[in-house]
Design a protein around this ligand. Structure first.
Ligand SMILES: [Zn+2]
Ligand SMILES: [Zn+2]
Length: 262
C-alpha cells in the first residue's frame, strides 16, 4: 500500500536533478551533472598535501611539502575543482543552497573520512568562517552548514563539537574573486582572528574549495598561533592553481611572520 502511495506521489511530484532540474527516477543528481568519484588514494600520496606522486621523502612528503612546508598537518579533499561538474555543484551549494545538496556532499565526505585520515580523532570541527559581506549577500554560511551536516552523516565526528566562534573573518579589503591570484595572498593575510578556545585542541578545519590556498594557509596559522595542537583540513575540492602558488604563498607568509613553518 505504502509503495503504491509512494509511486502515485512520484507521478505528481517527480524527483528532479538538484542541479539541472531534469526529471529523475531516483533522487539527487542526474548522470550528466554528477561529480566524479572521490580523489582516490594512489600508491604514493603525500602524507601532508595528498598529492599523488612517485617521489616521496623519508617522512612521506612530496617535493613541494619538503621545500615549502604547509602550516597544517594534513589536507584532504574530495574532488578536483577543474572538473566542470564539481565546479557547478559547488557554485550551486554556495549561491543556491539546498539541504539535499549539502547531504549529498557530506555523505561522500563521510565515506571518505576514515580512508583519508585513518584515525579521526579531533577535539573540534572548525568551519572556515565566511566574510561578513558574503554572508549578507548569500544569507548562508556554507562551511558551517557543511560541518553541521557532516556531523549528522558521519559517525566518526558525530560527537565532535563544532566551534564556529573559534575563527572570525575580519573581512576583505578587496573582494578575493576580483583579484589576480598573487594579490589574493596579500588581501587575505590578516583576515582571521582566532579565539583561545582552540588551545591544545586537535582541530579539523572544514573548507569548501582550496583555490590559491591563501585563505586556508592563514586561517590554519591563526588557529596554531592561538594554541591549537594540530590542524587537519577537509575540503570539498582543490583547484590546480593551489600547487602552482605554493612557493609564492610560502615566501610571502614566512616574510609576514618572520619565521619558517615546521
Ligand atoms: Zn542534472
Ligand atoms: Zn605534499
Amino acid at each position: 500500500m505504502f509503495n503504491i502511495l509512494q509511486e502515485a506521489g512520484r507521478l505528481i511530484c517527480p524527483y528532479r536533478c538538484l542541479l539541472c532540474r531534469k526529471r529523475l527516477a531516483e533522487r539527487y543528481i542526474c548522470h550528466s551533472c554528477r561529480p566524479p568519484e572521490r580523489s582516490g588514494i594512489c600508491e604514493y600520496n603525500c602524507i601532508v598535501c595528498f598529492t599523488s606522486t612517485n617521489e616521496l621523502d623519508v617522512s612521506e612528503r612530496c617535493n613541494l611539502c619538503a621545500l615549502f612546508p604547509l602550516p597544517y598537518s594534513r589536507v584532504r579533499y574530495l574532488w578536483n575543482y577543474s572538473d566542470a561538474n564539481v565546479a557547478s555543484f559547488i557554485t550551486s551549494m554556495k549561491y543556491a543552497p539546498s539541504p539535499a545538496l549539502l547531504r549529498y556532499a557530506c555523505k561522500h565526505l563521510a565515506l571518505a573520512l576514515p580512508y583519508y585520515f585513518g584515525s579521526c580523532e579531533w577535539d573540534a570541527l572548525v568551519p572556515m568562517p565566511i566574510a561578513r559581506q558574503h554572508f549578507r549577500e548569500r544569507g548562508f554560511d556554507h562551511c558551517f552548514q557543511i560541518a553541521k551536516t557532516l556531523k549528522r552523516c558521519c559517525s566518526f565526528v558525530s560527537t565532535t563539537p563544532i566551534i564556529s566562534s573559534a575563527l572570525t573573518h575580519r573581512g576583505y579589503k578587496y573582494a578575493q574573486a576580483s583579484l589576480p591570484h598573487g594579490e589574493r595572498i596579500k588581501n587575505v593575510r590578516y583576515s582571521f582572528k582566532c579565539a583561545s578556545l582552540v588551545k591544545e585542541l586537535k582541530v579539523l578545519l572544514i573548507d569548501d574549495v582550496i583555490t590559491t590556498g591563501a585563505t586556508l594557509h592563514f586561517a590554519a596559522q591563526a588557529l596554531l598561533d592561538a594554541g591549537a595542537q594540530t590542524v587537519d583540513v577537509l575540503a570539498l575540492a582543490k583547484a590546480p592553481v593551489w600547487q602552482e602558488m605554493r612557493a609564492e604563498l610560502y615566501m610571502r607568509s614566512t616574510k609576514a611572520n618572520g619565521c619558517r613553518f615546521g
